[in-house]
Design a binder for this molecule. Structure first.
Ligand code: COA
Length: 161
């Protein structure tokens, strides 16, 4: 049986921190689905379609990664697709409380034996967040080492710089 894992998030846009988690998780499972969560209450910097296209482009070197989108409950998406793991990256202790709460809620909602699996972010990526990347880039700061080159070009295009 294929051992399928999920890495869900807003990915607005994918950063080097996300990519590091994706590359490591892809080695642990037969396949990894990077799923962009459609949140109708949140207007993104990139549209969901743009985020998915960017995620496909920057993960195309990893053969067992696919990119998808979903709306609604993560647990429903997991239950419908038979993922054995929902991967999350932990950057700092500040991530912990929220992640613990979501993992425990999801454990109640998963109908199968799906585990939430945490990977510790490597220290060089621990301060990165998509919001900070967008803020720094929009104010003229350099984000070259923090996101893949393709993402830099897409951010610049969006900012019309
Ligand atoms: N490296 C770099 N940045 C990282 C990172 C890593 N390893 N891991 C997380 N981040 C950043 C993201 O860039 C994002 O930054 P931003 O807030 O500045 O944009 C932030 O951490 C949050 O990451 P995200 O993956 O979008 O998680 P989230 O906490 O917003 O939401 C979901 C997690 C999407 C999985 C959750 O909201 C969900 O399951 N939604 C579906 C609805 C649902 O089921 N709700 C009930 C949940 S129990």
């Amino acid at each position: 049986m294929e051992r399928k894992a999920l890495y869900a998030g807003s990915f607005d846009p994918v950063t080097n921190g996300h990519l590091n988690i994706i590359e490591r998780a892809a080695k642990m499972y037969d396949s990894l689905t990077v799923a962009i969560v459609i949140n109708p209450n949140k207007t993104g910097f990139f549209t969901v379609e743009e985020r998915a296209e960017i995620a496909r482009e920057v993960t195309k070197h990893i053969p067992n990664v696919r990119v998808d989108t979903f709306s609604g409950l993560l647990a429903d998406y997991v239950n419908e697709n038979g993922f054995i793991a929902s991967v999350r990256g932990l950057r700092a202790t500040t991530d912990f409380e929220n992640e613990l709460q979501m993992a425990q809620m999801n454990a109640k909602l998963f109908t199968g034996a799906t585990e939430t699996v945490f990977l510790m972010t490597e220290p060089e990526y621990s301060f990165i967040s998509s919001s900070l990347i967008k803020e720094v880039a929009s104010l003229g700061g350099c984000v070259d080492d923090l996101v893949p080159p393709y993402v830099v070009s897409r951010i610049m295009e969006k900012l019309d710089k």
